[in-house]
Design a protein around this ligand. Sequence first.
Ligand code: PLP
Length: 355
Amino acid sequence: MDRSPARWVRPSIQALSAYQVPDPGDAIKLDAMENPWAWPGELADAWLEALRGLELNRYPDPAARELVQCLRECMGVPADASLLLGNGSDELIQMLALAVAGPGRVILAPDPSFVLYRMVADMTGMDFQAVPLAADFRLDRAAMLEAIERHQPAILFLAWPNNPTGTLFDLADMEALLEAAPGLVVVDEAYAPFTDASLLPRVGQYPHLLVLRTLSKMGLAGLRLGYLAGPRDWLAEIDKTRLPYNINALTQASVRFALQRREILDRQAAQIREERERLFHALSALPGVTAWPSEANFILFRVAGAQQVFEALRERGILIKYLGGLGGLLSDCLRVSVGTPEDNARFLGVLGDLL
Ligand SMILES: *Cc1c(COP(=O)(O)O)cnc(C)c1O
């Protein structure tokens, strides 16, 4: 009897490869857009005190009401927008696809962009259509409009700023796509802490605009919390794809604790933005390096022999991200997250020696 996975696992799943995360060992970790600073030590006791009262034998609040209220106030969510929470924004991306998936249904996104959009399309049996960005990583407005017209996507994902390019697409292009899209337009603002741009205030002005955010890049990646803001009718449907109790009690309490001290995270984000400018200029000054301006907490750059550069950095204890394997516009491209001033100096020093 054949009881093997090959017999039973859906062919479309067998064709996928699992999301790979390298073991950093004790390398300087500049590969995953994490905030490089831990919580100030003197807050640890207060945080543990906030957790002490939790009853871990009980299920968490399924609607995370206090946390939702806290996010609304803290993040300036428009009063008429609904809010849906996810175990990271990754889970919300999956919930969105689950809500609209069906034969022939299309997810559309520019390319390169966040890899998870394609992954969830594959997992949910949707058709993924990628539209190449222009050479300078701006949106190719005409090509996007044509693809929208042709494919009538159920979801258009626009990471704003974009990962892995760091680009902030022109607002006029974003608006043109919003006007044209027949389905949901999900503006993924994972990097909101590092730019002044946001469409969150405009949620409610369009019946099909959703804004996705996460606390991961602003400094709480370990807690796994994302949120989706949008019109009530859409979020009520998407909520039906959510597994019960998806936000655990420790996360609910810890995020509330952190948001009550929001100024610490804001100060860190401001420092990262300053460091980003320093890193960009230093990178651009290195021989043979092309770096692209970024509105996020990382910088994309191109250098000949990028894969060897990546491996040589790794051998010297610095982990960044090699993107050249994806080919196309990303050939010979590397992405480095903005770290502490010390980590960035070490990275630049080693890279400079290699070139
Ligand atoms: C990192 C990232 C996410 C995922 O964030 P989590 O909340 O940690 O799941 C979503 N979108 C983009 C564009 C990202 O770069």
